[in-house]
Design a protein around this ligand. Structure first.
Ligand code: HEC
Length: 139
């Protein structure tokens, strides 16, 4: 019964995911899609446009030194970044120039937790995470 429910959840989540490139990234997106649907059964699709807004918005809830994702990842996702706090270099986040991006679920989840708290002052929702990856996958 539980297996059947889980399968149903995975199948129901699939239409949210439109970009197919790396199977590991697809699996991460499918997982966020299932979680997004659990929060809001009406969630229809991830949006690169919403992902870009999340990336570029200057938020007010987090650390004022890092009000935006661009503070470290720069305004150009294809360019190398620099950690605004430590000065350490960061590899580009756009999948086109850095295909390793968003392929390890533990890394992705760890960084979302850390970076969203820094920038937004809260966790990102599963929908926001899927939107962000969808945006970066198209960059
Ligand atoms: C304080 C600097 C900083 C800010 C601001 C920042 N990041 Fe990051 N981010 C990093 C670092 C450092 C890494 C890990 C090093 C790397 O992946 O090159 C990283 C990596 C990531 C990853 C992992 C990508 C992968 O390779 O799988 C995600 C996801 C991510 N960031 C999302 C975000 C989002 C979303 C925002 C804005 C809400 C954001 N980051 C803002 C520093 C930052």
């Amino acid at each position: 019964m539980i297996r059947r429910l889980m399968l149903a959840a995975v199948v129901a989540a699939l239409p949210l995911v439109v970009i197919a490139a790396d199977a590991r990234r697809d699996a991460i997106l499918a997982d966020y899609a299932a979680k997004a649907r659990a929060v809001d059964p009406g969630a229809t699709a991830f949006s690169a446009q919403r992902g870009e807004t999340l990336f570029r918005t200057k938020w007010t809830g987090g650390d004022p030194r890092t009000a935006s994702c661009t503070a470290c990842h720069t305004a150009d996702p294809r360019a190398p970044g620099q950690n605004a706090k430590t000065g350490r270099p960061i590899e580009p986040v756009a999948v086109s120039v850095n295909p390793k991006r968003f392929t390890d679920p533990a890394t992705v989840e760890k960084q979302f937790t850390r970076d969203c708290k820094n920038v937004l002052g809260r966790e990102c929702t599963p929908l926001e995470k899927g939107d962000y990856i969808t945006f970066m996958a198209g960059q």
